[in-house]
Every structure is written in structure tokens, then in C-alpha cells.
Design a binder for this molecule. Structure first.
Ligand code: ATP
Length: 348
């Protein structure tokens, strides 16, 4: 099922939670909504579900306007972070619940519901556990039951709000891989909310990066990391530094030292550069001059904090593990890859 979100605005009382959001989700796509707390991810998911209604704008399911339709009419499946399985019901009854509450005419027979629950338990790799109660399962198993329950109604769309948020890192990782495989097998159009970049990039076909009720960028993991469209995306995804620079006649300069060339217009710009895209230069060569303030080991490399001369910003550079990281050491850095954003671009 293709979903189109068209110019959605959502205000709670007078507070704008979403400003003019538009997004096209292709049928069968797996989409992540990624952003910091309060950026509007859950609000967007709830609007797609039909748990909230837009202040203005439209949501289409296929070519049909679903904006005013209920959750049931939209036929969406849900999974929330705090798996709300019914404690007094067996796993099989939990999975079949959405079918048993259907009106008489559309409700499958009891035996058929049981058969479907068993089929779904196979799909989520929990065969034979239908007779257990939720408290007899691990957190990860409960989460898979919650997914089976969401799938039982044969939803047109699957919506997951931080589905693995409450689980420990190892289980999260396993469930992620498992969800990706399940998605490949079942092909449901799926939208999930996360504030975990790694989860978003590993699972999703496309990631929607949100900030302050707006979509900043939609793209693959590579797109958002390598070609960040805005200062916010640059600083939110991965590590980054920001240096105020001046462009004059195609040269980018920081306090008079030329760092590189650009085709951008003369004026003040914000240079964003990742710690591993800064190289050590000989002292006296043009570059970002400063002194080493501190360093920490990070996996195979060492990340050093450099205080730029003349009261400039502190920036991070990734050095080899055996680099001289003595405090106070004078260093000059040359950016090897960067992105410039105009001074007026929205603050990160
Ligand atoms: N029912 C509501 N009434 C009033 N304000 C709301 C309501 N729901 C959400 N908001 C506000 O809208 C903004 C967006 O909230 P939302 O829950 O969509 O963010 P989020 O990105 O999902 O955040 P988190 O990662 O913390 O869950 C927040 O500032 C929130 O306080």
C-alpha cells in the first residue's frame, strides 16, 4: 500500500507539532522516522495510523483520501515500545485478539483464528508457544508476539513506534535483523519510529530525518551521512565539527588561513567537517591552527579535541591510535572533505 502524506500540519492547542510535512512512501517500503525527542516522529506515525487527525493537509492510502478514516478503516497494524500484550490471555489468544473482536459477519471461525495464530507463531519463530502466557516469555519473545498480533489482522500497513526501545542492545540487534528478514518475506509497507541512527540505517530502505516538526531530509543511510542536506542533518548523523569560514574569490579561509577552494559565493559560511576528514598538516602550513586539549581512545583510533587559536571553537579530529596526543601540542589541521552551508541556514 502506497502512502502519501500531503502538507500535513498538526497543532496541539496552539503548539505546532508538525509544520507542513509531505512524504511519499512506496508500497512495500520500510521507512524509518529518525529524530531527536520532540521532533514529531510519533505524531506523524499516529496521524498515518488514524490515532490523530491533521489540523490541515491530507493522508492518502493508495489513491484514496484516508485523512478522516478510523484506525480500523485504514487497516493498520501497530506495535509500540511497551508491548501491551494482555497478561491474562495466552500468546495464541493475544495474537488472535484483533480477529475475535471483528463484527460477526467478518469474524473468522474460532478454528480458523487458531490456525492463523499458529501460522504467525511460525513466522515470528516461536512455534509451539501459543499456550504460554506473556509473563512466561522473554522481552524479545514478547515483542515478536506483539508483531505477530499486529500482522494477524492482515494489515495494509505496519506501524512500529520504537518497537525495540525497551530491550537490551544484543536483543535489539537480533530483532532488527529478524524484522528486516520478515519484511523481505512479507513485503508490508512499514513505517517505524526510532531515535537510534544505527537502527534506522541498518533496517530502513529510506530514513526520514526530522527536527522540530519538519522533515530535514529523506534518503538512504549513505545519502544522509555522505550528502547531508542541512546543518541539522550533518550534526545529527555521525560526528561533526563546525567552523565559521569566509569565502573570497573561490578560496575558503579561516582567520586568513586558506583551507581549500569552493565555487560558492563570497561571504560568511558555516563549514561542517567530520573528525576523520581532517588531516594533520606541518606546523606553519595553512590550515586550522590550534592546540591539543584532550584525547580519548575510540576503537582503532584516537579522537583528539583541538582548541583553535584565537578563541575559536573546539573541534575533534580522528588520529591514529599511536599519534602524539600530548596536551598542549600545537597542531595544524587541513580539511580533506567538507560541506559549506550559508550563515543564515537554520541553526543546527
Ligand atoms: N497530545 C499532545 N498534546 C500536546 N502536545 C503534544 C501531544 N503529543 C505530542 N505533543 C507535542 O508535540 C511535539 C512532538 O511530539 P512527538 O511525540 O511527535 O515527538 P517524538 O519525535 O516522537 O519524540 P520522542 O522521541 O520523545 O517520542 C512535542 O513537543 C510534544 O510535546
Amino acid at each position: 500500500m502506497k502512502i502519501s502524506v500531503r502538507n500535513i500540519r498538526k497543532t496541539f492547542d496552539l503548539y505546532p507539532a508538525l509544520h507542513d510535512v509531505s512524504l511519499d512512501i512506496a508500497s512495500g517500503e520500510l521507512i524509518a522516522l529518525l529524530g531527536p525527542s520532540g521532533s514529531g516522529k510519533t505524531t506523524l506515525l499516529r496521524l498515518i495510523a488514524g490515532l490523530e487527525f491533521p489540523t490541515s493537509g491530507k493522508i492518502l492510502f493508495g489513491d484514496e483520501d484516508a485523512s478522516a478514516k478510523s484506525v480500523q478503516e485504514r487497516n493498520v497494524g501497530f506495535v509500540f515500545q511497551h508491548y501491551a500484550l494482555f497478561k491474562h490471555m495466552t500468546v495464541a489468544d493475544n495474537i488472535g485478539f484483533g480477529l475475535t473482536v471483528r463484527p460477526a459477519g467478518t469474524r473468522p471461525a474460532r478454528a480458523e483464528i487458531r490456525r492463523r495464530a499458529e501460522e504467525l507463531l511460525e513466522l515470528v519463530q516461536l512455534p509451539g508457544l501459543g499456550g504460554r502466557y506473556p509473563q512466561q516469555l522473554s522481552g524479545g519473545q514478547r515483542q515478536r508476539v506483539a508483531l505477530a498480533r499486529a500482522l494477524a489482522i492482515e494489515p495494509r500497513v505496519l506501524l512500529l513506534d520504537e518497537p525495540f526501545g525497551a530491550l537490551d542492545a544484543k536483543v535489539r540487534k537480533d530483532l532488527r535483523r529478524w524484522l528486516r528478514e520478515l519484511h523481505e518475506r512479507t513485503g508490508h509497507t512499514t513505517v517505524f519510529v526510532t531515535h537510534d541512527q544505527e537502527e534506522a540505517v541498518e533496517l530502513a530502505d529510506r530514513v526520514v530525518v526530522m527536527s522540530q516538526g519538519r522533515i530535514e531530509q529523506v534518503g538512504s543511510g549513505d545519502d544522509i551521512y555522505d550528502e547531508p542536506a542541512t546543518p541539522f542533518v550533518f550534526s545529527f548523523i555521525g560526528q561533526s565539527n563546525e567552523v565559521p569560514v569566509e569565502v573570497r574569490g573561490g578560496e575558503i579561509a579561516y582567520r586568513g588561513a586558506v583551507l581549500g577552494r569552493t565555487e560558492e559565493a563570497d561571504g560568511h559560511w558555516r563549514m561542517f567537517v567530520r573528525p576523520h576528514d581532517l588531516a594533520l598538516a606541518e606546523t606553519g602550513q595553512p590550515g586550522l591552527a590550534g592546540s591539543l586539549f584532550g584525547a580519548r581512545r575510540a576503537g582503532r583510533s584516537r579522537v583528539a579535541e583541538i582548541e583553535l587559536d584565537g578563541g575559536g571553537p573546539r573541534i575533534e579530529v580522528e588520529l591514529s591510535a599511536d599519534a602524539d596526543a600530548q596536551q598542549g601540542r600545537a597542531v595544524t589541521l587541513r580539511p580533506t572533505r567538507w560541506r559549506l552551508f550559508p550563515q543564515s541556514a537554520t541553526a543546527a
